[in-house]
Design a protein around this ligand. Structure first.
Ligand SMILES: [Zn+2]
Length: 279
């Protein structure tokens, strides 16, 4: 989960206690004093939409507008005023603690179901779907429509759909099926024309060959698979989603072109599929 604490305590003497955001956080928040309270601004340092949710963990004598929790999608490289806070009773002290959570993508994304995806590996190559939609190991909730392909370590990963690279992480070198590794994954996110994001996970260390801001074509080499993050072994996890709020996302069922079928297919767990040779 992506979040930061911001703590503000106002007593008779004003005291500010902040948890410093790290420079790498895609979203940061700041407060500006107003004549009757404070305004909370959130800024997005990345080039793509980020969806942010503000929540109180404690609020005494506070009126928030809009009511918390509140969610906004912030366009790339911009800052928005997300909320204003004021005292309910101006003559009494107030105390509040809030957190903000962020997610990649927009709440306005809607998947174009006419799009058929390409298998994310080389033409003519055959790999297995080791976990499909609603897979029992980890494809639940936000990731209910994710697919795991059996890419061995170092297998070329190809873009399943064209779009703009909006985020990469490739610093990690190890993985395991332990909670500690869930956020320590090498990942590539591509923004599609319908506002959804295609996420490719578990690349090997320094295993991504494209850069943020770069347009990638369907079938283009984007990196090499590996075993980083929450995973029992090397594979490629692929999921297409839009944001629901700062906590969660909505993934979409997708279909693929596969060798031997003239119709798009929904991939089935434990089946093998060959990438079409004619593409
Ligand atoms: Zn997976």
């Amino acid at each position: 989960m992506n979040c930061r604490w911001l703590v503000l305590i106002l007593c008779l003497l004003t005291q500010l206690i902040w948890a410093d955001p790290t420079p790498e956080d895609p979203v940061t928040s700041r407060q500006v004093n107003t004549p009757d309270g404070v305004a909370i601004y959130c800024s997005n340092r990345l080039g793509n939409d980020m969806t942010v949710t503000l929540e109180f963990t404690r609020s005494d004598n506070v009126v928030a507008s809009p009511h918390f929790p509140c969610t906004t999608t912030i366009p790339g490289h911009s800052e928005v005023k997300m909320a204003t806070l004021r005292k309910a009773d101006p003559d009494t002290n107030w105390t509040y603690y809030y957190m903000y959570f962020w997610n990649f993508g927009s709440v306005h994304a809607r998947h174009d179901d006419s799009v058929v995806y390409s298998l994310p590996y080389a033409s003519g190559q055959t790999l297995k779907v080791i976990q499909g939609f609603h897979g029992k190991f980890s494809h639940r909730g936000d990731d209910e429509y994710a697919i795991d392909f059996s890419h061995p370590e170092g297998t070329p990963v190809l873009a399943a759909r064209e779009g703009t690279v909006v985020h990469i992480e490739e610093r990690y070198s190890v993985g395991a099926a332990e909670e500690y590794y869930r956020s320590r994954v090498n990942v590539l996110r591509v923004l599609h024309s319908d506002g959804t994001i295609g996420e490719y996970d578990h690349f090997r260390s320094d295993g991504i060959v494209v850069e943020p801001g770069q347009w990638v074509k369907r079938g283009q080499l984007i990196g090499y698979s590996g075993h980083t993050g929450f995973a029992t072994g090397p594979h490629l996890h692929f999921v297409v989603y839009g944001a629901k709020d700062g906590h969660s996302r909505k993934s979409y069922p997708i279909r693929f072109w596969v060798e031997g079928s003239s119709e798009p297919v929904e991939l089935i767990q434990a089946q093998i599929y060959t990438a079409p040779r004619t593409e």
